[in-house]
Design a protein around this ligand. Structure first.
Ligand code: NI
Length: 275
């Protein structure tokens, strides 16, 4: 499942690649069902800190994070020694107003490099009308652009951050995906998405992969070694969950998300993810 040279060149040129099938529609449905079984038992959509680093809490989410097809593609771009820094659900309920403003991912992460790739895995069909992502091609070549925080309530981003430049809407590329497919995008690629106008949930699980050489500049931080070896020791390595929500998993998740929140919300008084 390694990417061929043309695909890697396309990623480097445009800042993204899609669609890439990484599991069957049935397997995606199985993961969706596991998520929704948890949501049914907990009384509502997965939210707050649990929406983030979810791979530390549930065996099925950890399975996605370690999916060999995803890692083969990511290895083609990042090389053999790979850390997973974060994972986040981006769920839009049917006929709702949730959206994601134009942004670059790494703006508030505190990481000291830009060779970071997001694998956005669709656990439900994500047609354009569902508020699929939109990419601004080649924008990853512009380096980091300033953002303004809005903390807008319908914005799914941590600070409701918006990029402080006008994005030419007609240059945006829609990124529709079928369940079980993923897109890859560069950490500096400008992207966003609109509300879900369909009658099904749009469920994406975004995985943030980086080489072991990167470091966190703001705090002692945690990451999962998903492939190869870590010769740097910049991050405390996280355990995989042995069972869904068991005590060790919940504790590891709590420790890890606290550090990530400290980095992502540096300069604010927030102590938890807001949504
Ligand atoms: Ni993003």
């Amino acid at each position: 499942m390694k990417l061929d040279a043309d695909a890697v060149e396309q990623f480097n040129r445009d800042g993204y690649l899609f669609p890439i099938r990484v599991m069957s529609a049935d397997e995606a449905a199985r993961h969706r069902s596991a998520l929704e079984t948890y949501e049914g038992s907990s009384g509502g959509p997965i939210a707050g800190n649990l929406r983030h680093k979810t791979h530390l809490l549930f065996t099925w989410a950890s399975e996605i994070a370690h999916n060999p097809a995803i890692l083969d593609a990511v290895e083609s771009i990042l090389g053999p020694d790979i850390l997973l820094w974060g994972s986040s659900f981006f769920i839009k309920e049917p006929h709702t107003t949730s959206y994601v403003s134009w942004h670059q991912d790494g703006t508030y992460w505190g990481l000291d490099g830009s060779n970071i790739v997001t694998a956005w895995v669709a656990l439900a069909d994500a047609p354009v009308e569902s508020g699929a992502m939109r990419f601004w091609p080649k924008s990853h070549l512009k380096a980091q652009i300033p953002h303004n925080d809005t903390f807008a309530s319908d914005n799914l981003l941590s600070r409701g951050q918006e990029i402080a430049v006008d994005v030419p809407e007609d240059e945006g590329v829609d990124v529709p995906l079928r369940a079980g497919e993923m897109s890859l995008h560069h950490v500096l690629l400008v992207h966003g998405s609109k509300p879900n106008r369909t009658s099904d949930r749009r469920i994406g699980f975004a995985l943030r992969y980086m080489p072991t050489s990167l470091a966190q500049t703001r705090t002692r931080d945690y990451a999962t070694l998903v492939r190869g070896k870590d010769a740097f020791g910049h991050f405390t390595l996280e355990p995989r969950p042995a069972a869904d929500l068991d005590e060790a998993a919940v504790n590891a998740h709590k420790t890890s998300t606290s550090a990530q929140v400290a980095a992502v919300y540096a300069g604010t008084d927030r102590t938890e993810y807001r949504a």
